[in-house]
Design a protein around this ligand. Sequence first.
Ligand code: SF4
Length: 364
Amino acid sequence: MDRIERKKTRAVQVGNVTIGGDAPIVIQSMTNTRTEDTGATLEQINCLVEAGCELVRVAVPDMAAAKALGKLVRQSPVPLIADIHFDPALAYRSMENGASKIRINPGNIGGREKLSELARQAESFKVPIRIGVNAGSLERRLLKKYGEASAAALVESALGYLELLEATGFSDLVVSLKASDVFTAISAYRLFSEKSRYPLHLGVTGAGPLEAGTIKGAVGIGTLLAEGIGDTVRVSLTASPVEEVRVARRIIQSLGLRGFEPELISCPTCGRCEVDLVTLVAEVENILRLYSAPLKIAVMGCVVNGPGEAREADLGISAGKKQGILFRHGKVIKTVKLDNLLDTLKEELDSLLSEQQGKQEERE
Ligand code: SF4
């Protein structure tokens, strides 16, 4: 099977998590609680981590939030990133309080001198910075030059800031180039990755509510990941941040870049379907929630084409009117009554997993 060849980027260490280099694509999200409400924020951080989030960003809009960060850092199971706008003193205090990374919008931090000073401070704390260039706050000079916040304008802005920070001797940098227009975002990341080896944080900003945002994120982030571009991902949704993590995992897994959980493949149904496939698929989905291995499980609505259509599935069901057949990698292994289908699937799943585990142990 063809595999995605990822573009080689420089590795940047964020606490115990590596972004870029040979590291797997990192999933991150952002809390939407008041940061100084450490109880609520920690609860959300834990929910995010449980869903598979590997880095969590928190807003640091004032000193109360920067102060609260100390407690959050001590209790968070994953490294925390401080999101800073306008005031570099907030970044300094966040680093003092243990932030593993700082995210800034370089256009609103108070000018070139303050930006250079921030880089020198980050170097002394050994904390990386993400330069988050945003189409909504591009320098006037570039807007004038390009006539709009185009991909080329975003890239020129990012490269300019990188040069400024590098001049201080600091290079622990991650870059994002966000635009709410998906095509502009894709073009900007493509262009940047041709010109630089800094690791890229992928995102489509202001993506929208759950369904629309999921689609926009999947198209934007998915297109780039399929081209080997991107080292860390944040899906933006106007929804619970836990949903952002779930969507990010699915985008990454759908491209075969990482495996997190079983993948359910089901047919769209057609005139040949003789069972209530929607209900059956929901029942199988419930069973799969009990497993974490990245197996592919197919559920097909007829016995005619199922095994052939879902040949790449580790295990599958083709459901007929009264009975269903179970298959492994396209080969039929059992025929069972509909009533017993789910129990048999579970048994087969367990046996497949223990078989795989046995092989793994043999290899070790
Ligand atoms: S698996 Fe059968 S029911 Fe499902 S779409 Fe294909 S032919 Fe139709």
